[in-house]
Unconditional design. Structure first.
Length: 307
C-alpha cells in the first residue's frame, strides 16, 4: 500500500497538476490548441529526441534486443487494435485514433519516473527505459502521423509529408553526432536542453486544455475497451514476448513495466494537430492515465514475482 501511495504522489500527482493547469487555462483564456500542437511537433519533440539520443550511450546488443521486442510488441498490439475497430465498424479517422491509443504508451513523463522509483536509479534499467522512450517517440511521430494523414489524404501524400517532419532529421543528426563523438558547443546545447525540458510540460498543459473541451458522460463506450487493451492486455502480450525471447532480470522487469504505461500524451497532440477526433484522443489519454494508478502498481508487483 505504501508503494502505491508513493507512486501516486511522486508520479501521478505532478502529471495531474499539469493537466489541471491546462484545464484552467483553457476555461479562462481559450488557448489556441493548434498552435500548442505545432510547437510540440515542430520544436519540442525534435529537441527532446535530439538531446536524448545525443547524450545516451547505447550498447549495440542491448539496443537490438529491445528493438526486436518493441517491433513484435507493436505488431501484436496493432493486430488487436485493428481487429477491434473492424469488428465495431468504425470510420478510418476514429479507428486510427482508437488504435493509436493502444500503440502509443507514455514512456516519458510517466515511464521514466516510474522506472527511477522502482529500480532506484539503476543505470541498466534506465538505459532500457530511454531506448523504449526513444523508439516510442520515433514511432509516434512517424507511423502515428502517417496513419492519421493516410486516412485523410491518402498513403502516398502522407508518406511524402513525413519527410517534412523535423523529428526524423533531429534523430539522424543526434545519432551521427553521438557515434562520431562530436561535441556540441555550449551555446547550442543549452537552448537544446531548454527545448527538450519543455516538451512534457507543453504536452500535459495541452492535454488539460483538450480535456476542458470534452463533455464527459462516463457512459459505456468503445473507448473503454481500448483502455483495457492498453493497460491490461498490453502487459500480458509483453510478458509472453519476454518469456519467448528468454529475456531475464532487470531488462525483463523494465520492459514488462514499460509495457503497462497509459496512452501517450503525444497521441492527443498529433490528433489535435491533424484534427482527427482530438476530443476522443484526449479522453483516452486522460482515462487511461487515471486508471493506470491501479494497473501499473499491480504490474510492478507482478514483475518482482515473475522475473
Amino acid at each position: 500500500m505504501s508503494e502505491m501511495i508513493y507512486i501516486l504522489q511522486s508520479v501521478l500527482l505532478p502529471i495531474f497538476i499539469m493537466i489541471v493547469l491546462g484545464f484552467i487555462l483553457q476555461k479562462k483564456f481559450t488557448l489556441d490548441l493548434k498552435t500548442l500542437a505545432k510547437l510540440n511537433i515542430y520544436v519540442f519533440v525534435p529537441g527532446f529526441i535530439f538531446v536524448k539520443f545525443y547524450k545516451t550511450n547505447f550498447e549495440l546488443h542491448l539496443l537490438l534486443y529491445i528493438v526486436v521486442f518493441f517491433i513484435i510488441y507493436i505488431i501484436c498490439l496493432y493486430i488487436v487494435g485493428k481487429a477491434l475497430t473492424l469488428i465495431n465498424n468504425r470510420d478510418k479517422g476514429e479507428a486510427t485514433t482508437l488504435t493509436n491509443s493502444v500503440l502509443f504508451f507514455n514512456s516519458g513523463n510517466y515511464g521514466v519516473p516510474v522506472n527511477d522509483l522502482v529500480f532506484k536509479g539503476d543505470p541498466l534499467a534506465m538505459s532500457v527505459q530511454v531506448i523504449v522512450l526513444s523508439l516510442q517517440n520515433i514511432f509516434t511521430f512517424s507511423y502515428g502521423i502517417f496513419a492519421i494523414q493516410s486516412a485523410q489524404i491518402g498513403k502516398l501524400k502522407a508518406m511524402l509529408g513525413y519527410f517534412k517532419m523535423p523529428v526524423l532529421y533531429a534523430l539522424l543528426l543526434a545519432i551521427i553526432l553521438n557515434y562520431a563523438d562530436i561535441p556540441i558547443p555550449e551555446f547550442i546545447w543549452t537552448p537544446a536542453n531548454y527545448v527538450a525540458d519543455a516538451m512534457i510540460a507543453i504536452a500535459l498543459i495541452m492535454l488539460g486544455a483538450q480535456i476542458a473541451n470534452i463533455n464527459f458522460t462516463f457512459k459505456w463506450s468503445l473507448s473503454y475497451i481500448f483502455i483495457f487493451v492498453r493497460l491490461v492486455i498490453g502487459p500480458a502480450i509483453a510478458l509472453i514476448i519476454i518469456k519467448i525471447m528468454g529475456i531475464e532480470g532487470v531488462i525483463a522487469q523494465t520492459l514488462f513495466i514499460a509495457s503497462a504505461m497509459p496512452t501517450s500524451v503525444n497521441s492527443s497532440v498529433i490528433a489535435q494537430e491533424y484534427d482527427n477526433h482530438p476530443e476522443l484522443a484526449a479522453e483516452l489519454v486522460f482515462l487511461s492515465t487515471l486508471l493506470s494508478s491501479i494497473t501499473v502498481v499491480i504490474v510492478i508487483y507482478a514483475s518482482k514475482l515473475l522475473f
